[in-house]
Ligand binder design. Structure first.
Ligand SMILES: Cc1cc2nc3c(=O)[nH]c(=O)nc-3n(C[C@H](O)[C@H](O)[C@H](O)COP(=O)(O)O)c2cc1C
Length: 376
């Protein structure tokens, strides 16, 4: 339960920071190398100013959207986040339930701590599955399982041909295989509530990859690393398009030509993303390339992520032509702070903020948010 008032996502982040060992918090919070792109994601949103038109009747407001054949109660989806079980036991299931209650899609990571079957069975709602660029054999097995479990939207993450270099994790000893050093032991001992939870529930695994020869998190992470396939190219995407009979989106696009090529192959939507600043440091923010991509998309779905911390960010993304955003850390701060209630709180905060921004901008329907709202 949440006692002291939490006003915004930053408060949830602070609560998470206090609850988690530093190495776990920095795994969640940090980015690659100098974190230039991580900061650019926030800066891009903050640089935009709105020009409201007022004296409009906004007494009744609605922010639901029809997208990819479904109704979303808000123009946001929960981004895939690997190893979420270190933030709170069974975080994947809890966040998926919070998303279902909020009426927004939830994207389960390949590297989830609960199996894709368990999440489908326990959470319900609009569930998507995220796939990495991995070897054919491993990918085919996961895709077949996702199909059998009822997932109808697949997201291929293309910006991880290799892992980004996250130096905080390296310094903190948050790596695979996990090594207990005097420093990590002290870090854990200083966060007893978290430590007790992990003891009670066991160390989180990469559950989708559990097999007879990969029974613990270390060997599962090593398996995933071995299977990452930097030779994955457009031919491999074309093959996936043929294999997967339902909606397919590509996540990690940052160039209008890649968006155009993806649409030409028959993908149903693109997600502009720099992986929350965790992969190529120096990459542009999704928001900066959004108008160019919207121009080539010709009405086909364009989603963006990276740096969404406020409802006003979601309104700005819509005004620049995005259909919806993915929310990564904001929801994970919530689950890390207070489990399912915290994740639900994060989604509710964003929804309430969108609603208020619409009223303050003189817009009753999210469909009326467009470039006229942006100051030139
Ligand atoms: C801790 C963490 C783990 C992530 N794991 C994955 C993953 O497994 N697959 C993936 O496609 N993206 C992953 N991402 C990237 C998110 O899906 C998303 O692109 C990013 O978090 C958006 O930025 P934001 O956190 O500023 O909202 C991860 C992000 C974080 C913070």
């Amino acid at each position: 339960m949440l006692s002291t008032p939490l006003a915004n996502i930053a408060d949830l982040r602070e609560r998470a920071r206090r609850r988690l060992p530093r190495m776990v918090f920095e795994y969640l919070d940090g980015g690659a190398e100098d974190e230039v792109t991580l900061r650019a994601n926030r800066a891009a949103f903050e640089a935009i100013r709105l020009r409201p038109r007022l004296l409009k009747d906004t007494a009744q407001r609605q922010q639901s959207v029809e997208l990819l054949g479904e109704t979303w109660r808000s123009p946001m989806a929960v981004a895939p986040v690997g190893l979420a079980g270190v933030f709170w036991p069974r975080a994947d299931v809890l966040v998926a339930k919070a998303a279902a209650e909020a009426g927004v899609p939830y994207i389960l990571s390949t590297a989830s701590s609960a199996t894709l079957e368990d999440v489908a069975r326990e959470a319900g709602g609009n569930l998507w599955f995220q796939l990495y660029v991995i070897s054919r054999a491993l990918a085919d097995g996961l895709v077949d399982r996702a199909l059998a479990a009822g997932y109808r939207t697949l997201v291929l993450t293309i910006d991880v041909p290799v892992s980004g270099y996250r130096e905080r994790d390296l310094r903190n000893g948050f790596s695979q295989p996990f090594r207990i050093t005097p420093r990590t032991a002290l870090d854990v001992a200083r966060h007893p509530a978290w430590a007790l939870q992990m003891l009670r529930h066991g160390a989180p695994q990469l559950a989708n990859l559990a097999s007879v020869d990969a029974t613990d998190a270390d060997s599962q992470a090593a398996l995933l690393k071995r299977q990452m396939d930097a030779s994955y190219d457009w031919t491999a995407l074309a093959r996936l398009r043929e294999r997967w009979p339902h909606r397919l989106l590509v996540k990690g696009v940052l160039h209008p030509d890649d968006a155009r090529d993806a649409f030409a192959l028959g993908v149903d939507g693109v997600i502009l993303s720099n992986h929350g600043g965790r992969q190529l440091d120096g990459a542009v923010s999704a928001l900066d390339v959004l108008p160019e991509v919207v121009a080539v998309a010709q009405g086909r779905p364009v989603l963006i992520d990276g740096g969404v911390r406020r409802g006003v960010d979601i309104v700005k993304a819509r005004a620049l032509g995005a259909d919806a955003v993915l929310v990564g850390r904001a929801v994970q701060y919530g689950v890390a702070a207070a489990g399912q209630a915290g994740a639900a709180r994060a989604l509710a905060m964003l929804r309430e903020e969108v609603d208020r921004v619409m009223a303050l901008s003189g817009l009753a329907d999210i469909a009326d948010v467009n470039s006229a709202l942006i100051a030139p």
